[in-house]
Design a protein around this ligand. Structure first.
Ligand SMILES: [Zn+2]
Length: 152
């Protein structure tokens, strides 16, 4: 296996490494990408390995809800990239009205809502709110803080 530092590995294979944890060597080695002595990647761990789709969706929801509350755009942008694959995975399921698809839709809408809210970019924030509440309900986790607020 060729040795690559963290930067070069990510540069080489961004899609594959998205959401994965790279384990680096303690000692410095010659990186075959940048030609510098760096800590190189010796292992790749997938934190989602062994989790069901629903468990992965739960994890994503936790992270997104947190970023939403903290109004953390940088984190939200990062999460938006991370949930892309999850989103398409849910959309490729045969049942187009399954909980997973509504769940994925909810996650996408939460990201949109965050950016509409932060930038006040003339989006239909209220409409997104409503859609978000609907998808949460259809995904089976019903009332969250957001939708609770909405229905009062
Ligand atoms: Zn390198």
């Amino acid at each position: 296996m060729a040795d690559f530092c963290e930067n070069c590995s990510k540069h080489n294979d961004e899609n594959f490494l998205r959401g994965k944890k790279l384990i680096l060597s303690k000692e410095l080695s010659l990186c075959e990408g940048c030609g510098q002595m760096k800590q190189v990647v010796i292992d790749i761990k997938d934190p989602n390995k062994g989790l069901t789709l629903m468990q992965r969706l739960d994890r994503a929801r936790e992270a997104i809800d947190k970023a939403y509350e903290a109004e953390n755009s940088q984190e939200m942008g990062r999460l938006a990239k991370l949930i892309q694959d999850l989103y398409f995975e849910c959309y490729n399921l045969d049942d187009d009205d399954c909980k997973e698809r509504h769940y994925a839709e909810y996650l996408k809408l939460m990201v949109m809502l965050h950016f509409e809210f932060i930038f006040d970019g003339g989006g239909d924030t209220e409409g997104t709110y409503e859609a978000c509440a609907y998808e949460a309900y259809m995904a089976g986790f019903g009332k969250n803080r957001l939708t609770g607020e909405l229905r009062q």
